[in-house]
Design a protein around this ligand. Sequence first.
Ligand SMILES: *Cc1c(COP(=O)(O)O)cnc(C)c1O
Length: 338
Amino acid sequence: MTIDLRSDTVTKPTKGMLNAMMSAEVGDDVFKEDPTVNALEERLANMFGKEKALFFPSGSMANQTAIKLHTQPGEQVICDKYAHIYNYEAGGAAFNSGVSCHLIDGERGMFNAQQVIQAINPDAFYYSQTSLVEVENTTNKGGGACWDFEELKKIRTVCDTHDLGYHLDGARLWNALIAKNETPKQYGQIFDTISVCLSKGLGCPIGSVLIGDESIMKKSIHLRKVFGGNMRQVGYLAAAGLYALDHNMDRLAEDHKKAKDIGQALFDLSIIKVVEPIETNIVIFELESHVDEAEFLQQLTDKNIHIISMGSNKLRMVTHLDYTDQMHERLLDVLNEF
Ligand SMILES: *Cc1c(COP(=O)(O)O)cnc(C)c1O
């Protein structure tokens, strides 16, 4: 039995999902003639109470498009120092949009409205113009932490006052919605643009969607083309998304419960210094400084358990759809033996 907790992207489509994919009705999406893509986009737009949604091959491309929609070259984006758009999108914000990031020194990838106000550049000719605030929910590098919705609303007010765009990287927004019992419409009401991922918690082989009102989304399809993201008969992939929205959403609570169990098992081990708070499906923990990380990882690998290093003796496990009850029992047994 191989236990792969490196990421929630390692899942493979289930039989049910594959059946839905194989029986999808398709057409050329460049002509907007793929009925399944159209249905997915319409469904997500409605879910969030927005006018428009656009299917993307990746979350990075959806985020990069959003940044370009909100900014002009030379401008500045406010985000956390842990932000995916800053750390893990290959410098795309600078490359694609010519913008710099004003990094906030937040807590587990999150910050507050006061910090946003402080990060806005004054209106003087020698400053870069601040044009966008970007937040991530849940936070990836922050260990799956969920934002306080009230704080997100306060930041909306700051954006209104200073005429800033407001983008949500919701790669794992589904996990936050389930963990905090929130609704997509709440998020649709305060953000200008939202990207969501279908291939993380929801188990699709591919796919992200960018959502917003017509006024801001008007150029999104043009930018997706500029970024090389045209697609044709991808209803086969959109069908996986529709299937996942129907079948794989509520079960995220199971992933969260398993992550908490793992956290408890780790907490009881003397070789572990810190287990970061666990709110969703990500477990980040730090080994005691005398413990050799490579050796610890090897001991797990020998037992066919795979997790990843985050650097500086920190490690990460992510629970997901393909991490079964049986695997969970086995993992807890292995941890208890350490
Ligand atoms: C995974 C992820 C993305 C997008 O990743 P892709 O691999 O480009 O789909 C964006 N933001 C966050 C927070 C993520 O975890």
